[in-house]
Design a protein. Sequence first.
Length: 288
Amino acid sequence: MEEQQEAEEREADSLIKELEEEISELMKRSSEVEQLSHSEDRLLQHFCSLKAPPATKDWTEVMVRPSSYEGTVLRAVTQLEDTLSDKMMKMKMLAMKRLQQFAVDVTLDPLTAHPNLVLSDDGKLVCHSDVRKNLPDNKERFSPSVNVSGKQSFGSGRFYFEVQVKRKTKWYLGVVKESINRKGYAPLTPKNGYWTLILRDGKLYKACEDSSVILHLKCVPEKVGVFVDYEGGVVSFYDVDAAALIDSFTHCCFTHKLQPFFSPCLNYGGKNSAPLIICPVGYALHPT
């Protein structure tokens, strides 16, 4: 009986130590989140590196006797985890709102649109059609790629816009160097003047770097936010509804004006017929 009691006490001591380590880690993360939330510059700087709360053990199945303190400690850990998760989400939402303050009014430029693309009258919607329009093949027009760029161009500062990508199985989205050659096919990479995120097959997301990076997303974004810090050399993509970073291009060296870039891709017999829609951001839009 004495040996059994000693074994139970050793087990209890081990579990208490493990709990204390988890509590310490959670408290540390909570403190970091609290400090970041008070600094706008640091909040924006660290938004792209925000991590989920540290993994914790499922204590619901743990039973220790004697355990007069077990319920109290378990409730404290659970409450701390919930508090930290809530703080993390609030901080992400705050960072998202601060990014949205850089919103610009983007419209599609019909002079750049491939002849198979259909644009809405207000320049906010684009989709692919099987009917090719008879349009002049001016140098600004994309061909043969079914792309279109925005009318606006940016050579300094920060800017942000949001695009609905709901119900699509393939799309390209990002920014492009204003002076690129729009004729012929070229990989959509920074080397060729493109900073883009793409979706293929309804589930395969890639950042189009010089060597493409496959991204593993927890959920399918229905609205994508694009943020550019020209002087900072950053192009970032966000899942707007989840207030979560998808991916970033960093250490970019911009020397030319940039334009928003869109491709709804082919409609594939109706499977990818949904349009790309430039959405109002929820803050007063700043005219360019």
